[in-house]
Every structure is written in structure tokens, then in C-alpha cells.
Design a protein around this ligand. Sequence first.
Ligand SMILES: *Cc1c(COP(=O)(O)O)cnc(C)c1O
Length: 495
Amino acid sequence: MEVLYNSTRSKGKPIKASEAILKGLSDDGGLFVPDSIPALDKSLKELSEMTYGQVAYEVMKLYLSDFTEDELKSCIAKAYDEKFDTEEIAPMVKAGGAYYLELFHGPTIAFKDMALSILPHLLTTSAKKNHVENEIVILTATSGDTGKAALAGFADVEGTRIVVFYPKNGVSPIQEKQMVTQKGRNTYVVGIHGNFDDAQTGVKQIFGDKELAAYMNEKGFQFSSANSINIGRLVPQIVYYVYSYVKLLKEERISEGEKINVVVPTGNFGNILAAFYAKQMGLPIDKLICASNENKVLFDFFRTGTYDRNREFVLTSSPSMDILISSNLERLIYRIAGNDPDQNKELMAALVSGGVYTITEEMKVQLQDFYGNYADEAQTAQTIHDLYDNTGYVIDTHTAVAACVYRKYQEETGDCKQTIIASTASPYKFTRSVMNAIDSKYDAMGDFELADELARISGVCVPRAIEEIKKAPVLHDRVCEKSEMKQVVMDFLGI
Ligand SMILES: *Cc1c(COP(=O)(O)O)cnc(C)c1O
């Protein structure tokens, strides 16, 4: 059955998956959603005999129904290869009574790699299918992590170029080093004098520049974006929930049909939404446990039904979850509004104008699959400390937020179903916070020295991604003013 995509904000003509991937965002500002969520068409038993790539095909083919078998299999093969440091792609570790699903074995040691290693291939395939002959130019503003994952994904992908802008003095030294050492003929990394918002605003202006778009088209280029609302990033994230469930089944840790809980450290609501889609497809998931840090907008939303971004923005040790507007939540709102674009649009307009909206009681009862809670900074550190003390397993700060919330959930409910915790970053990505949580004596050590110490105490080798940037030469040193961003892009394209 063909799945088509609608905007969450208006009833137009539904479009094919490849068109939705190419467009990213709908013209009316809405997000694309499948017109119905497909059911798994292989049994869990059959899936349990498959590799990660094979499961990826069985899940993704249901959503990307205008891709041919060859097209999709080729995208999957190019994405999940030796770029990952384990053949399993997403292995699981049991520690402290839960299964940690390690989504950080890709090139940048964080979970964005799971989707960003396949998005470039989905995008170029979509371009071909729709007879787009222009080269695709990805333009991204980053506060650190997404930029590097996008660079790694798009590097040397035929038919694409990527330009990443970052705030020159607004990312960590390791994040900057990761980006400016990026290889690839088609990559370009530029620091700007300004903060992340300036970079973001500049990129939005370039995207909105109709004159520039026409000129680019004349020269054989068009812009696209790699941000997390693209359906081409959401769909690949459903795969690992299916894969991890059937793996527990294969290892006889659960029986067929047994319900499990899933805990997800959440920011933009993309990862947990993928778990929700997996559940709708028939995967036996009971509760979707949404874990926030001190920016606990989602916790308040699940408790009260009011989403309110009017609050202080807190910088935490889990920066990838420091978000006050969880963009992907819109897809859930649309669904609980009975797939009604008008009602959704009204709520989203309220969010833009006043920063707040409240859902109806009728909508609220449909959120029973979800449980929300949060962890403050001290609790997050304590969780890392205690898990290490009790088991020797070391988790990063984002994962620790999830582990802490899981403990709160268990204390509140006594629910002891088998549980998977999405582990979204390697502890080597946030070494300083992690090591300080384990013991304050590490405070005085340098960053790379700390990584060696982490290897010693955890017994997990320093990942390639960290080893490489130690010695890698700087390949990008351009810095520009906010006002020069458009010119910088044109220079890079040679137009
Ligand atoms: C992006 C990110 C998250 C949040 O994921 P969302 O899909 O935005 O909810 C959590 N942890 C890490 C390490 C991330 O990079």
C-alpha cells in the first residue's frame, strides 16, 4: 500500500515520500506526516533473524513506498557500513536492570548519526526520482553537534555540497576541532562572528532569498536542509526500536508479544516520536517514557496539557536537550487532534504569538502512552556516578537524564517490565561532565588525558572519532561577519 504525506497545517494534495524528503518542510510551514502509519508486514520472529540493514529495509520500505527495492537497499548499504565501529550498528548493554541501546557507534559518536548517515542517500535518490538535476546544497547552522553529524553524513556524497556555519566563540573546543578538521571535497565549514541565533537567522535568510534561489537554479544548484523535521530523518530512527526489540526476543530475554517500556532522553521530540511510530506499527511497546533535563517544557506539558515556552532557558550538561520548542511534537499534536490540520495550525499559531497553547481534554486522554519526567543537574551527575559504582558501566549526560527518569518512573509505578533506554551519546563526547560526576579529582585533567583515563576505568577503548581529531590537520579556517554569509556560500559554489 502506498503511503503518502500530508502537511500538519493544511489539507492539500498528499505527496510521495521522495517529494517530502526533498522539500523537508511543507510550504505552509507544517511538517509532513504519513497519511496512515503502516503495520509491520513481517512477524517479529522473522525480523529477529535479520541484520540491522535487513530490518532497516523491512521498516523503511513501508514508509518510503515510492522507492524501489534496489534504491532503498542501496541507500541502506551506503549508510550502515564501516563508518560504524560495530557490525551490529546499534548494540545493547544490560546494566543496572535496564538495556542501554547504544546509538552512538557512528562517525560522530552520537545518535544523530543513525539518521544523518542515510539522509544524504535518501535525498540524492529522491532528487533522481524527481528528475532534479541540480546539485543539492545543504545549508546548516549549528550549535555544535548536528553540524558535525551532517558534515560526516554528506562528505563526498555525489551530487551534494554542504556548508555549515557555527558561532566562532560559541561551541566547545572539541566540537570546533571536530568540524574544522572535516574532510571531503564537498564540505565547507565557516565560523561567524555572532552567536547561534545569528547563524540560524542568516541561514533562514539565505533559504528565503527568492532571487538567490533563481540564480542558483540557473547555475545548477538548489538548497536543501538536513534538519530534524525531515521525514528522511524520522523514518530511519524507527528502525532501531524494532531491531532492539527483536534482538531481545532472539536472545530469549522476552517472549513474543511481551510488552516493554522505552525511555528516551528528549529535546526536539524526534527520537521518541520514532518510538511512538514503532508502537503504532505493532511493536509491543507499553510506555514511552519522555525524559527531559531542567528545560522541562515536555514534563509540564504531559502533566498539565499546556505547552509553555515562556520560561528561562537553562544551559545544562546535556546541551543537545537544551530546547524550549520541540518541533517534532507538532506531529503528535496533529495526530491527537484527529489528524485535523486546522486545529493543529491554531495551536502552533498560539505558540508563535504567545509562546503557549493548551490542548483539549479529549486530546489529553490520547497521551496515555506517554509518561514524562525530568532530572536536574545534580540528579544527572549522581546517576552517572551510581551506575558506574554499581556496575562499572559509564553513560553520558543525556543518557543519564533518561536513566534517572526511569528510576523515578519505577519508584512511582512499580512497573517492572523489561526496559530499553536509548543511549544517545558516547561518554567520550561529554568526557569532562562524565568524569566529574564519577569523581571530582578529575577536575584538573586536560581533555585528551581525561579520555585516556575514561578508557582505563571503563574498559572501553577511546573511539576512532576522538583519536582522529587529536592529530587531524585543520582544513577549514574561514571566519566571516553575519552580513557576509550569503557571499561566502556563493564563493564556495564558485558562482
Ligand atoms: C539530539 C540529541 C538528543 C535529543 O533527541 P531529539 O530527537 O531531539 O529529542 C538527545 N541526546 C543527544 C546526545 C542528542 O544529540
